[in-house]
Design a protein around this ligand. Structure first.
Ligand code: NAI
Length: 518
């Protein structure tokens, strides 16, 4: 395992915009000598002044001593000319996202720096292999992909191109760790880890919206309050900007030669066409500004509490998803009676709750209407996945078209009795959280299957790079890989689209009975 570059080594940062300034701030605070260069000299002056202000704030908050701030400030230097990078041990490029411009910069740098100087690119979408291709020593170029804002986001994807030397990637990994970051190794493939695996988070939201499952505010609240995500997809796309988010999706889709997994959304294209780019334009899926109305998510009115509830379950079978729901029902004062599934009877599927004639199941990727029909039990209601059934504040329910009003309202009352807000969504396959999580896990599994990164790396990346509450593969372990495969298979059957094809690694794990972690 390679060691980090020694403290006091010279780290040159080329490009002093949002990313370059953040990288410089972190490196100088960690004891490294930082040299900043930009073709716009005023950009460097501004970056150094801004970093000084941030250090000042950290001192006020007691997170840095005055001496540490002064020392870190003293380690930041402006380069007037690119030739002054000559003593650097590491050069990190954070200039415009353009292959030719980046290639030109690295070709220039190679003429200046020592042979053992590591060259790193902060590109988020260009092949590291391609950037390195024309270099005299392509093995010393590596991706060092930080996330915005750099000082706050712990993840660094260390990207190896085809020619990158392992010790170069290892040194950059160890150096990022020495800067207090959480690095992960990845192979240079379109979107690397995060920008690839996160695509379904936005795409399934957009598809659910286009299928009229619910409005954006309702879908967002479900992803937050049931799914445990910090933001829902629509508020997050509004924050990122639809032009930026759409262009990342397009670039990954094109890079994978039109794989339907990554198909961009017509709905989002229209947002871009309209100039509804999100917060920055004052309008996206939401309206911004002082007089903008606050969006209201769908929440069911209070219903009376049903008397009893039971569960059909094979004796001795444990189920990680139904168990916390059952516990919550017990805490609400119910004696949940267990009974064996009755073959051929109305609700013969197990595990399933039953209450006032309603059969209530966790979504398995089929609609409630389809399950009601298959089970010959019209009064069927489905519930969506929750991140943490014990702590969640909301749950989504979907009602079969055939379901009676009394069975539906009894189910709503049952979940409300456990202290949950209940949101009704239209009867779409896979519901909201389950469908998104299944697709995130599928993409994460494919990334691992294709050798892009390890299972540990993908889960760290999604938690540290985009703040997911749990890694997608750990989530698949929790729900049960068998259930995730069922959800995806049912989605694939319903839509007839290759988009929902099950990752071979999920199938393999299912067949050999193993998990991703532990
Ligand atoms: P930015 O536009 O804020 O800053 C880029 C800076 O590079 C500008 O100050 C510009 O004057 C300077 N520059 C342009 N060409 C140059 C050259 N040939 N030599 C020296 N300086 C040059 O851009 P930002 O957002 O900081 O992004 C920089 C890089 O980081 C891009 O490759 C981007 O894809 C990548 N990145 C951006 C993220 C983000 O969220 N903004 C996240 C992760 C990576």
């Amino acid at each position: 395992m390679a060691a980090a570059l020694a403290k006091d080594s010279i780290v040159a940062v080329i490009g002093s915009g949002a990313m370059g300034a953040g990288i410089a701030q972190v490196a100088a605070a960690s004891g490294y000598q930082v040299r900043l260069f930009d073709t716009r000299p005023d950009a460097v002056a501004k970056a150094i002044a801004d970093i000084g202000k941030v250090y000042g704030k950290l001192v006020e908050k007691g997170r840095m001593s005055g001496d540490e701030a002064a020392a870190a400030n003293a380690r930041l230097h402006r380069l007037g000319d690119l030739h002054e990078v000559d003593g650097a041990a590491l050069v990190i490029e954070a200039i415009v996202e353009n292959l030719d411009v980046k290639r030109m910069l690295f070709a220039d740098l190679e003429k200046i720096v020592a042979d053992d100087c590591i060259l790193a690119t902060n590109t988020s979408s260009i092949s590291v292999t391609a950037i390195a291709a024309k270099l005299r020593r392509p093995e010393r170029l590596v991706g060092m992909h930080f996330f915005n804002p750099v000082p706050l986001m712990a993840l660094v994807e260390v990207i190896s191109g085809l020619a990158t030397a392992q010790d170069v990637a290892d040194t950059v990994y160890a150096t990022a760790a020495a800067w207090g970051k959480n690095p992960v190794h990845a192979k240079s493939t379109p979107g690397f880890i995060v920008n690839r695996v996160a695509r379904p988070f936005y795409a399934e939201g957009l598809r659910l919206l286009s299928e009229q499952a619910a409005d954006p505010a309702t879908l967002d609240v479900l992803m937050r309050e049931a799914g445990g995500f910090r933001m829902g997809p629509f508020e997050l796309m509004d924050l990122i900007g639809h032009d930026v988010n759409f262009s990342v999706t397009q670039s990954v889709f094109n890079a994978y030669y039109g794989d339907p997994r990554f198909m961009p959304s017509v709905l989002q294209q229209e947002m871009v066409n309209a100039g509804f780019l999100g917060r920055k334009s004052g309008r996206g899926f939401y309206h911004y500004g002082e007089d903008a109305a606050k969006p209201v998510a769908q929440t069911m009115a209070r219903q009376s509490r049903p008397e009893t509830v039971g569960i059909s379950m094979e004796p001795g079978v444990k189920n990680a998803v139904t168990e916390p729901v059952e516990l919550r029902l017990r805490e609400a004062g119910y004696t949940v009676t267990h009974r064996k599934p009755l073959p051929g009877a109305g609700h013969n599927e197990a595990p399933g709750f039953h209450c006032t004639g309603a059969a209530i199941f966790l979504t398995d990727g089929r609609t409630a209407t389809e399950r009601a029909n298959a089970n010959k039990h019209p009064d069927t209601v489905l519930y969506d996945l929750q991140f943490d059934a014990a702590g969640a504040t909301r749950i989504a329910l979907a009602r079969a078209d055939q379901c009676s009003e009394s069975a539906w309202l009894a189910t709503v009352g049952l979940f409300q009795a456990t202290g949950l807000e209940v949101t009704q969504i239209d009867d779409v396959p896979g519901m909201v959280v389950m469908r998104t999580v299944a697709m995130l896990a599928n993409e994460a599994a494919d990334a691992v299957n294709q050798g892009v990164c390890s299972a540990e790396a993908v889960d760290i990346a999604m938690q540290k790079g985009v703040n997911y509450p749990r890694g997608p593969l750990a989530w698949a372990d929790t729900v049960g890989i068998a259930h995730i495969v069922t959800v995806l298979s049912n989605l694939a059957a319903t839509y007839g689209e290759d988009r929902y094809r099950v990752s071979p690694l999920l199938r393999r794990k299912l067949a050999n009975g193993s998990r991703f972690h532990g």
